[in-house]
Write a protein that binds this ligand. Structure first.
Ligand code: PMT
Length: 405
């Protein structure tokens, strides 16, 4: 199953490190080459000799040889290995290593390797419940997810401390499956394709301090951009105002208003193979934006009437200019979903429309998950269950791939 695959396996200092030995054996049995990298703390929990024996490769611990009688130092081993791996899994990942990676620290071989990594990174946290639920750890995990790392949720149950709760390393079989899934998702099947993704809301200014906006966080679009980049595409992400970090290997253009997004999409569209519009573009903008802050006193009688004018429909304009590009639009509907989505598919000349309903639990704005129905121009309707946005992204890209020239 994993013949020819090269797996980098990071092990940090936690009691769950002993379970990773089992995983090394399973990866090797499945035909993979496994390079184990341990932190010094990890060696307190499991011996490097165990890992070397199971992986059949010398375990790497230090950046520099600890004593002169060690084998000669290879100066850029971290860079060579970063290019060598098809996927990297860190299991168990302590709160300390997660924090370091989230903030770009490189103070040991493992964190230095991660910083230079080009392949997908999967992190399996394992720690005590209070450390796992600590606000700082949660922020660090969120930061890593934003940049395209897969951080698995820890399992719940009895912990080494005797406490009970979240913090157990996911079981080895699940880690194995995650590695296989990641290898499938990063198989570079979009290499050479130009993918244009829009994400987030638009802000339509009323005056220098107020705007018309919406609840889009950008997560859906950023997940698609990250997934397409892992699959080898040249990705341009046109983003409205969001507070997300740019995924790896993605070119990002920031815009604010619908008109700015329209101009950016139209400039990029001719060289695009696949356009995916997840952005929640404002349909209307104030007819005039005041140069100065509008004061209460300027609106006597307690009434403020705002005149709105229609914004350009970006997707419709792109659909009209199609010269072989594939276009995927989203439809955000709270009623008559399939019917309305089909109308958008036809009127905007789309190849695929992705329907989602913000009233459904786990779907729509700001969540890390979505529940979507995919409708194709040929009339096929596929209903997906609740999935992470990154899984939705990969499913969509796989559907798109079938239609790309
Ligand atoms: O960003 P998140 O918090 O992760 O939330 C994700 C999402 C809910 C924003 C996303 O999944 C989604 O549904 N995006 C489309 C939102 C939307 O504007 O839907 P719509 O049905 O109003 O528009 C239909 C399509 O036309 C969309 O692809 C939209 O990008 C496009 N459009 C809309 C208006 C406009 N003036 N120009 C457009 O191109």
């Amino acid at each position: 199953m994993l013949t020819g695959k090269r797996i980098l396996l990071g092990v940090t200092g936690g009691i769950a490190a002993y379970k990773t030995a089992f995983l090394v054996r399973e990866f090797v049995r499945a035909g993979a080459e496994v390079q184990v990298v341990m932190t010094r703390a990890a060696t307190q929990f499991i011996t490097p000799l165990t890992m070397t024996t199971l992986s059949k490769r010398e375990v790497i611990i230090d950046m520099f040889p600890p004593s002169p009688d060690q084998p000669p130092h290879q100066p850029i081993r971290h860079i060579n290995l970063a290019l060598w791996g098809d996927v990297m899994l860190i299991a168990p990942a302590t709160a300390n290593t997660i924090a370091k990676i989230a903030h770009g620290e490189a103070d040991n071989f493992l964190t230095t390797l991660v910083l230079a990594l080009r392949c997908p990174l999967i992190i399996a946290p394992a720690m005590d419940v209070d450390m796992y639920l600590n606000e700082t750890t949660r922020k660090n995990i969120a930061l890593l997810r934003e940049t395209g790392c897969t951080v698995l949720e820890a399992d719940s149950g009895e912990l080494a401390s005797g406490l009970s709760g979240s913090g157990r390393m996911p079981e080895a079989v699940r880690l194995f499956d995650e590695v296989v899934k990641s290898l499938n998702n990063s198989r570079r099947d979009l290499a050479g394709k130009n993918v244009l993704v829009t994400a987030g809301p638009t802000h339509e200014p009323i005056d220098p301090v107020r705007f018309i906006g919406n609840r889009s966080s950008g997560k859906m679009g950023f997940a698609i951009a990250a997934a397409a980049a892992w699959r080898g595409a040249n990705v341009t992400l046109i983003s409205g105002p969001v507070s997300l970090s740019t995924p790896r290997n993605v070119r990002r253009l920031d815009v604010s208003t619908a008109r700015e997004m329209n101009a950016a999409v139209m400039a990029e569209f001719p060289a695009t193979d696949l356009l995916i519009m997840t952005a929640a573009v404002a349909d209307f903008a104030p007819a005039r934006s005041s140069q100065q802050k509008i004061k209460r006193e300027q609106k006597p009688g307690g009434k403020f009437v705002l005149e709105l004018l229609e914004n350009p429909d970006i997707l419709e304009a792109a659909g009209a200019k199609k010269t072989g590009q594939m276009i995927i639009g989203f439809a955000l509907e709270t009623e008559n979903g399939v019917e309305n989505a089909r109308k958008k598919l036809a009127s905007k000349n789309l190849d695929i429309v992705v329907l989602n309903n913000p009233l459904v639990e786990g779907a729509g704005f700001s969540t890390d998950t979505n529940v979507v129905t995919v409708i194709t121009a040929s009339g096929k309707v596929e209903e997906f269950p609740l999935m992470s946005k990154i899984d939705v992204a990969n499913a969509l890209l796989s559907r798109a791939l079938k239609g790309l020239r």
